[in-house]
Design a protein around this ligand. Structure first.
Ligand code: IMP
Length: 197
């Protein structure tokens, strides 16, 4: 049994990652199991730097194998913004969504392309690291739709379904999302590690 600590305080992410990594070979720990951990500043210039910093620091503090992801929404019309600043683009999900919609006001559908990016990193206490990067392409809706998920989900439209992530719900989102794809690749890596343990 491999114990893996998910190094994030974002409950939306914890839920998604737990669902995807659900396996009898893996025991998932969360930050709630370690209430006195310090806050890690996300001051890197890339998703990789941020994810690595979170996973490495938490692994150092806890002595556990840590899995962290750093993700963001990149909007073509805004030259890739908010990108690595996605979580800090306002004080609440509602504020961040309204900011995007305001910046894209009157911008037609064919210029609203966007993608979610996710870098996931698994860090071992002995320093070994594994990294994967995945994307999910879509576009920005004209108004929020749907009740599921978190973050920018209500305005991220998936063309294959003509629905937002928030309308699609967790099961379908996890099959196609940036994080779902990254975590499935990670689980293949973890399964190989379990076999070779
Ligand atoms: P971080 O990876 O903790 O820096 O946060 C990334 C931010 O990007 C989140 O707080 C959300 O605002 C946004 N984000 C990342 N992935 C998703 C997603 O699957 N749905 C909606 N928003 C997301």
């Amino acid at each position: 049994m491999l114990e893996i600590l998910i190094a994030t305080n974002n409950l939306g992410k914890v839920k998604e990652i737990k669902d995807i990594l659900d396996s009898p070979e893996i025991k998932i720990l969360t930050m709630k199991d370690f209430p006195h951990l310090p806050k890690i500043e996300e001051d890197g210039k890339t998703y990789q730097e941020n994810a690595f910093k979170k996973a490495r620091k938490i692994s150092e503090y806890t002595g556990k194998i840590c899995l962290a992801d750093d993700s963001g929404l990149e909007i073509d019309y805004l030259k890739g913004k908010p990108g690595i600043y996605s979580s800090r683009w306002g004080n609440s999900d509602e504020e961040r969504i309204n900011k995007v919609l305001k910046l894209l006001e009157n911008i037609p559908k064919n210029k609203r392309n966007a993608k979610f990016v996710c870098v996931a990193i698994l860090v071992f206490p002995d320093g070994k690291i594994y990294t994967v990067k995945e994307e999910c392409k879509g576009s920005i809706e004209f108004k929020p739709k749907g009740e599921h998920g978190f973050g920018y989900d209500p305005i991220f439209l998936v063309p294959e379904y003509d629905k937002t992530f928030a309308e699609l719900g967790d099961k379908i989102k996890n099959q196609i999302s940036h994080r779902g794809k990254a975590m499935r690749r990670m689980i293949n890596i973890i399964n190989e590690l379990v076999v070779n343990e």
